[in-house]
Unconditional design. Structure first.
Length: 198
């Protein structure tokens, strides 16, 4: 059985469907794109293994989470406002910090921060009005940020696109070799830092 959870400021509902009624990936994506309100998400994850990949669509103001090639979650997001645009590209998660405070914006809280660039772009929990309003970060609902934080690792690939998600595909062949190398270097660096903290 598959469980669907749509959540926002409060739990909106929980559905459980049988195999004959289970939504397909396309149905999950269409449902999410059509019905998600600010601070809402849909999460359907039947597996505990598989590679996680995140696609953030600036056009859709959505984050799409895949496990291998299966869509498992969709969330509303708030990307960078005009003049503080969220950069488009493919990024490995470079650092994770559950209780991060901004170095750039008066120690503003950035819960469940997952750094994408060393110059301040990250995915984190924050205000999510349903339109671009951040200083460049990708803000997501707090409960979604926590779940996402729990299934990602340093090196997990995040693709940020200005296209609608229907025009993108979660495909490692799209990831430039230098980004893959950067992801491996980030993993190695974190392993070294962990050994120093012992």
């Amino acid at each position: 059985m598959r469980g669907f959870v749509i959540t926002g400021a409060l739990l909106l509902g929980v559905w459980t469907t049988g195999p004959a009624q289970a939504a397909s990936e396309g149905a999950l994506s269409a449902e999410a794109a059509a019905t998600l309100t600010p601070n809402a998400y849909v999460w359907r994850d039947d597996a505990n293994t598989g590679n996680v990949r995140i696609v953030v669509s600036i056009a859709d103001q959505r984050a799409y989470v895949y496990r291998d090639s299966t869509l498992i979650a969709v969330s509303s997001v708030s990307t960078g406002k005009e003049g503080k645009d969220t950069p488009v590209g493919v990024y490995p998660i470079l650092q994770k910090n559950k209780d991060h405070k901004s170095n750039l914006y008066n120690a503003a809280p950035m819960p469940y921060m997952q750094r994408l660039t060393w110059d301040g772009i990250a995915i984190h929990a924050g205000k999510n009005p349903g339109f671009p309003a951040s200083h460049g970060c990708i803000r997501v609902p707090t409960a979604f940020a926590q779940r996402l934080f729990d299934i990602t690792a340093v090196g997990t690939t995040v693709e940020v696109t200005d296209l609608p998600v229907a025009d993108t595909a979660p495909d490692d062949s799209l990831v430039p070799p230098d980004v893959m190398a950067q992801a491996e270097a980030a993993k190695a660096s974190n392993t070294q830092m962990a050994s120093l903290n012992r």
